[in-house]
Structures are given as structure tokens and as C-alpha cells.
Design a binder for this molecule. Structure first.
Ligand code: GDP
Ligand code: IMO
Ligand code: MG
Length: 425
């Protein structure tokens, strides 16, 4: 069973990119299975900081195959630019594969995303405006254009013109600037020429690798609480971000899955709108943002910050089936006197340890906190469990037990060497 899946268990930005980069030391193939360039995965190597949006975070290891799976929505111009930037920094693109079944994002999807947000007014989602929702809607409507068509320029042009005209009809109705279809098509055809050599049948390639017992790691984007089914709907993204999404989004038979890595921050952040029970709208929240450098890797927006939410974490670990927990950003809590952990909610006067399905209930959920003492010392140099102060160990064991998983990795800084495996509880 050579396939492991790594997913975020909060509202995204848990440090998935960093962990994928670390774990690919021992892996043959990294596979993205959902989302698009709404993702921003940061990898720090030495003094360099790279942010990946569509390309898997195994790209910095020359022997690793990096697959963009069928479940993604791929911004054609965005992917070309990202690949060109990676090549310009001296990394090889020889092992990059783009699924012929992946759906494509064009300029009209981005404009439609912006229009949806404007029309929603105070109910806007706060999307990344990358066209993710409209592209997945087209996929489900069966009007999307797929990566396989990048190899057939005439077919691509005909489909693009038809879809762009349809969107222009909608834009005309709502006063959105008309797309210059031929000018946009010229850019698309140029990108298609660049991308066509990467397009392949990743589903067969992946299953051949499974047969050959190659080690495969699936890289989730976003996180459980942004999942279209399991997240804080409608304040979610448009794909299945949970571990189960990997099977459909990459073409992996379920019985091939071995471990599910869940990445969880030692506190909580969220970008965009939607309920967030443990949010801190005060100096304590600002301090977390400052210490954790919590600004979006894709949009640069300040991230909302709050205490660790074990109700949400337990729910996510349950749905994802996390059997290996990676706790990141422990170092961000280094200076605190005491640390709050939300162990349950009070919803309309009743205590619950379940994560409500309704955003209305979540909006009024009052966190019930337990307080743990801080450790008030620098953890960024720790390279093993024994290096951590006792209060930091106690905090990690406490939150791990609450979410019902097994602690496997602790991360104390953005660099590769600020990560260590642990074998406790
Ligand atoms: P992703 O979307 O889950 O890949 O996460 P992002 O890259 O959007 O955000 C995580 C941020 O935290 C990045 O800037 C990382 O470099 C940084 N980071 C990752 N792990 C740690 C850690 O343990 N400590 C600190 N201080 N920063 C970390
Ligand atoms: P990574 O992979 C954090 C959020 C947006 C918005 C909602 C819907 O880096 O963890 P979308 O553009 O997907 O339609 O926006 O989802 N969002 C993310 N938040 N990290 C991400 O990705 C996100 N991708 C989308 O802010 O609230
Ligand atoms: Mg991110």
C-alpha cells in the first residue's frame, strides 16, 4: 500500500507545502488532487522562499514525479507562468505531469468569480478570485474545457469561443467588462503550446507506479473546514479537500491508501469570510498574526487568527481518518504566559463537542476554553522531542489527545531542518 495522503485539517495554510517538501525526501511521486491556484504552499529552502499554487511541493527534489491530477481546475496562463518561474530558478520541469482530464480555468471564470462576489454583497465568501467556483460549476454542468484539449488547438479555440461568448452574455447583463475573445484566445493558444507536452494520462501513470510499489504522497490543498461537503458551507471552496477526495481526484483505488497525514497549526487561522468560533478580534489575535507572519501566500490578505479549536480539529481528523498528526507553528506560541484551547462549544445554552453543520449555529457558538501554561522560551532550535520544554510537550499531548489522533511530526519554524518526527502517545 504505497499511497499516503496529506491534508489540512483547519481552514488552510497549516504548513502543508513545507511538510510535503520534507516528506518527499523518501517519496517517488507527489500528486495534487483538487483545488487550483487558490492554494499557496510555501517551501523554504536555505534563504530562499518559494510559493507554489498549482505545481506540487515535491518540485524541488529532482528525482520526484510531480503530478497535477484530474481533480484540479487549472488556470492555463497561471500554470505556464508558475512553471516558467520555477525553471528560471534552476529547477527541472522534466518530471511534471498534467492530467489530460483536469479542467481548465480561463479569464472569464475569474471575472465571473468577481461578479458573484459583488452580487453577493454582505454575503460574499471572500474567495481568492481565481475563478475556482465558476470552473468547478462548469465541470459539473459539463461545459468545462479539459487539459486534453490543449493538444488540439482547433478544438480548443472552438470551445473557448463558444464558452467566452456565453460568459460575455452574462457579463453584458451585469455591466461587467466584455472579454476581448480573440485577444484572450491568442494568449490561451500560446499557453497551450507551452503546456501540451506536460499533458498525459496521469491516471494510468499513477496506477502503474502503484503496481511497481513506488512511494506516492498526495498533497491536499485548502483543508477540511473548507471542503464543499464537510466545511462551513457556503463559506467553503468548491472541491472535496478531505482525504477521501484523493481517490476520485487522482484516480487512486481506495484500498491502496496507507496513512493519512493531518496538518494542524498549534492555533487557528482563516482567510476570507465565514464563522470562526475561536477568533480573537483583539491584541492577542494581532500578536498571533505578527508572530506567525499570518498573511495569505496567494492574496496577501491578513489572516484571521484565534486559539486552537479541538472541536473543529476532532471533526476534521474524524472525516479525514488522520492517523498521523503533524503540528506546525508551535514556535509561534513561545512567548505566551498561558494558552487557551477550545474543548467544546456552547450553542444556544447547550454544551456540545460536535462541530455544527449550520453556519448560523457556528456563528453563535461560544468556545469553552481550558487554559494551559505557556513555556516562555525559544523552541525554534529544537530538533527532537526531548529538546522541547515540558509545558510545550504537555500542550502537544493535550491537543493531540483532544483531536483523537497520533502525534507524528512537530514543526518549530518554516525551514526543513525545523521539523522532527516524534513517537509519543
Ligand atoms: P500551506 O498552504 O498549508 O502550504 O501553508 P502556507 O504556506 O500558506 O502558510 C504556512 C506559513 O507558515 C508559510 O509561510 C510557512 O513558511 C510557515 N511555516 C510552516 N511551518 C512553520 C512553523 O512550524 N513555524 C513557523 N513559524 N512558520 C511555519
Ligand atoms: P491553501 O492550500 C486558505 C479560502 C478563501 C475563501 C474560500 C473560497 O494554501 O491552504 P476560493 O477562491 O477557493 O473559491 O475561496 O476558501 N481559501 C483558502 N484559504 N488557504 C487556502 O489554500 C485557500 N484556498 C481557498 O479565502 O474563504
Ligand atoms: Mg496556503
Amino acid at each position: 500500500m504505497p499511497v499516503d495522503i496529506l491534508v489540512g485539517t483547519q481552514w488552510g495554510d497549516e504548513g502543508k507545502g513545507k511538510l510535503i517538501d520534507v516528506l518527499t525526501r523518501d517519496v517517488d511521486m507527489v500528486v495534487r488532487f483538487q483545488g487550483g491556484n487558490n492554494a499557496g504552499h510555501t517551501v523554504e529552502i536555505g534563504s530562499e522562499r518559494y510559493v507554489l499554487h498549482l505545481v506540487p511541493s515535491g518540485i524541488f527534489r529532482s528525482n520526484v514525479v510531480n503530478m497535477i491530477g484530474n481533480g484540479l481546475v487549472v488556470d492555463v496562463l497561471g500554470l505556464m507562468e508558475e512553471l516558467q518561474n520555477i525553471a528560471a530558478k534552476g529547477f527541472s520541469l522534466a518530471n511534471v505531469q498534467l492530467s489530460n482530464r483536469a479542467q481548465l480555468i480561463f479569464e472569464y471564470h475569474k471575472r465571473a468569480d468577481g461578479l458573484n462576489e459583488v452580487r453577493a454583497g454582505s454575503k460574499k465568501i471572500g474567495t481568492t478570485k481565481r475563478g475556482i467556483g465558476p470552473a468547478y460549476a462548469d465541470k459539473m454542468n459539463r461545459t468545462g474545457i479539459r487539459a486534453i484539449d490543449l493538444k488540439y488547438p482547433e478544438r480548443l479555440a472552438a470551445q473557448f469561443r463558444a464558452e467566452a461568448e456565453r460568459y460575455n452574455g452574462i457579463f453584458a447583463q451585469y455591466g461587467v467588462e466584455q472579454l476581448d475573445i480573440e485577444a484572450e484566445l491568442a494568449k490561451v493558444l500560446e499557453a497551450a503550446k507551452f503546456l501540451a507536452p506536460f499533458v498525459t494520462d496521469t491516471v494510468y501513470n499513477l496506477n502503474e507506479a502503484i503496481q511497481q510499489d513506488k512511494k506516492i504522497l498526495c498533497e491536499g490543498a485548502q483543508a477540511a473546514l473548507l471542503d464543499i461537503d464537510h466545511g462551513t458551507y457556503p463559506f467553503v471552496t468548491s472541491s472535496n479537500t478531505v482525504s477521501g477526495g484523493a481517490c476520485a481526484g487522482a484516480g487512486i483505488p481506495p484500498q491502496c491508501i496507507r496513512h493519512v497525514w493531518g496538518v494542524i497549526k498549534a492555533y487557528t487561522t482563516r482567510v476570507g469570510e465565514g464563522p470562526f468560533p475561536t477568533e480573537l478580534n483583539d491584541a492577542a489575535g494581532d500578536a498571533l498574526r505578527q508572530a506567525g507572519r499570518e498573511y495569505g501566500a496567494t492574496t496577501g490578505r491578513p489572516r484571521r487568527c484565534g486559539w486552537f479549536d479541538a472541536v473543529a480539529g476532532r471533526y476534521a481528523c474524524m472525516v479525514d481518518g488522520v492517523d498521523k498528526l503533524a503540528v506546525t507553528k508551535l514556535d509561534v506560541l513561545d512567548d505566551l504566559d498561558k494558552i487557551a484551547v477550545c474543548v467544546a462549544y456552547e450553542v444556544n445554552g447547550e454544551r456540545t463537542d460536535r462541530f455544527p453543520a449550520s453556519v448560523e449555529e457556528l456563528a453563535v457558538a461560544k468556545p469553552i476554553y481550558e487554559y494551559l501554561p505557556g513555556w516562555k522560551c525559544d523552541t525554534t532550535q529544537a530538533t527532537k522531542w526531548e529538546d522541547l520544554p515540558a509545558n510545550a510537550q504537555a500542550y502537544l499531548l493535550y491537543i493531540t489527545k483532544l483531536v483523537g489522533s497520533k502525534l507524528a511530526i512537530v514543526s518549530v519554524g518554516p525551514r526543513r531542518d525545523q521539523t522532527f518526527e516524534v513517537e509519543v502517545c
